[in-house]
Design a protein around this ligand. Structure first.
Ligand code: ZN
Length: 444
């Protein structure tokens, strides 16, 4: 399969060309605005007979939204969203130019190949094919191609949610990135990880205030000392293992399939189990517990001057459903002399796993890969699903899932592809993903 494949001959032949074109439109965030990519996407949607709309939070920061009418008017709408921006890439580190979209070794290479212009391209190729063939998805599908996900979404998802919530009328569930890819245990067993939960995010700025003075004097109210003690307590804290429903299900399924001991009632067995599940551990290791990592320190301007104030920054991530406990513990660690404020905060999410939507993901995957076994997992980072996860469009808050179906060769270190050097995606995975996504949208 090549980018020049005739879409009439190869069912989803357009997907590779779309991905390559999108990679070549540099949308590095920050610096390169999304507008040219948004115009490209809008043109492809309009060609298929849709009426895409481009929304800008400020000049250049563009998102595209289009709605496809479903065959079942009584059904809730489904939001299918991808982001158009990418993180920057330094060409000096790469085997090929990260914005050239080279095809080598059966893969498309370039920034955004897995995060997440691959999904953007599949969304385009699949919906265009469905419309070309006169087929409809079951539900109304809101297609959203968003700006600014990599910097928190203020110019993309958050802007649309605030200024144009009507775009999401009737939506009850959302599907987007960082889930759906395979982990091959054997040719007879392939796990597909569906993201059903996300840790919350708390970037905090700590401040200690004390008595300023000359460095030669006795000072028992030194802000630097107080801050350093609090930072050390936080950094050294051993957060206990706490199993959320998603992580419990993940570990139960995976350990059973791999023959590893795990007792859901014994959190200590979870750490031992994770140590025995191989590369899968990388996806879920940080989701057994809260984390709070000191990342920045700032105080003083001269060696013989005790400053009045000292600052530190903490990257905190809390488990869904356990936010209050997290901050209560954190405040104990801070002690009375140090205050905290958020520089950035975002919610944790946990969506139900045993729902029709996930069953349909499963059925769509198994139709294309009989060895597929679906497991839920909790993402230790975040996606635009957090933004939609607080919107209630009359059907309860929008429940978000990560499902970008890709069947991958076990030799590819897929977790390293996200924001990584030599990011790349196999051509046959794009073809597979398009087939699964088509089946999924038809029944979802
Ligand atoms: Zn992403």
């Amino acid at each position: 399969m090549t980018s020049t494949a005739d879409p009439e001959e190869v069912p989803y032949g357009e997907v590779v060309g779309f991905l390559r074109d999108l990679i070549r439109i540099d949308t590095s965030n920050p610096v390169k605005p999304e507008r040219p990519a948004a115009e490209y996407v809008a043109e492809k949607l309009a060609e298929a007979g849709l009426e895409p709309r481009i929304f800008e939070s400020e000049p250049g920061r563009a998102s595209v939204v289009a709605r496809i009418e479903g065959s079942d008017p009584s059904a809730d709408a489904l939001l299918l969203h991808g982001h158009l921006d990418v993180v920057p890439a330094d060409p000096a580190d790469w085997t090929f130019d990260p914005f050239a979209a080279e095809v080598r070794d059966g893969m498309v290479w370039g920034r955004g190949a897995v995060d997440m212009k691959d999904m953007d391209a599949m969304m385009l190729a699949v919906t265009r094919r469905m419309l070309r063939e006169g087929r409809k998805p079951r539900r109304d599908v809101v297609l959203a191609f968003l700006a600014d996900e990599e910097a928190g979404g203020n110019h993309g998802a958050k802007f649309l949610a605030k200024e144009h919530p009507d775009l999401f009328d009737g939506v009850s569930e959302a599907v987007s990135e960082v889930g759906g890819y395979s982990y091959e245990v054997s040719p007879e067993l392939r796990f597909y990880l569906i993201e059903t939960a996300q840790k919350g995010l708390a970037w905090m700025r700590l401040q200690a205030r004390g008595q300023a003075g000359h460095g030669s004097m006795i000072n028992d109210d030194n802000a630097v000392t107080a801050l350093a003690e609090a930072v050390a307590r936080i950094g050294r804290h051993d957060w206990p293992v706490t199993l959320t429903p998603t992580v419990t299900t993940f570990l139960t399924e995976v350990t059973e399939a791999l023959g590893v001991d795990f007792d859901p009632k014994d959190p200590a067995s979870a750490r031992a189990a994770v140590a025995k599940i191989g590369p899968l551990a990388r996806f879920i290791g940080a989701t057994l517990q809260h984390t709070a990592n000191p990342t920045k320190l700032e105080a003083g301007y001269k060696v013989n001057v005790i400053p009045e104030r000292a600052f530190a920054e903490i990257d905190g991530r809390f488990l869904p459903g356990l936010e209050q406990e997290y901050f209560a513990e954190l405040d104990k660690l801070l002690g009375p002399d140090v205050t905290r404020e958020f520089s950035h905060y975002d919610i944790a999410l946990e969506a139900p796993f045993e729902v029709p939507l996930v069953e349909k993901m499963m059925a769509s995957l198994q139709a294309e890969d009989p060895a597929a076994r679906i497991v839920p997992y909790c993402l230790s980072a975040g996606t635009d699903n957090k933004t939609f996860g607080v919107m209630d469009m009359g059907r309860g808050v929008i429940r978000g899932y990560g499902f970008v179906p890709l069947k991958l060769d076990p030799s590819l270190d897929f977790a390293a592809m996200f924001h990584g050097v030599d990011e790349r995606v196999p051509l046959d995975a794009l073809e597979f993903g398009s087939k699964v996504l088509d089946r999924f949208l038809t029944v979802a």
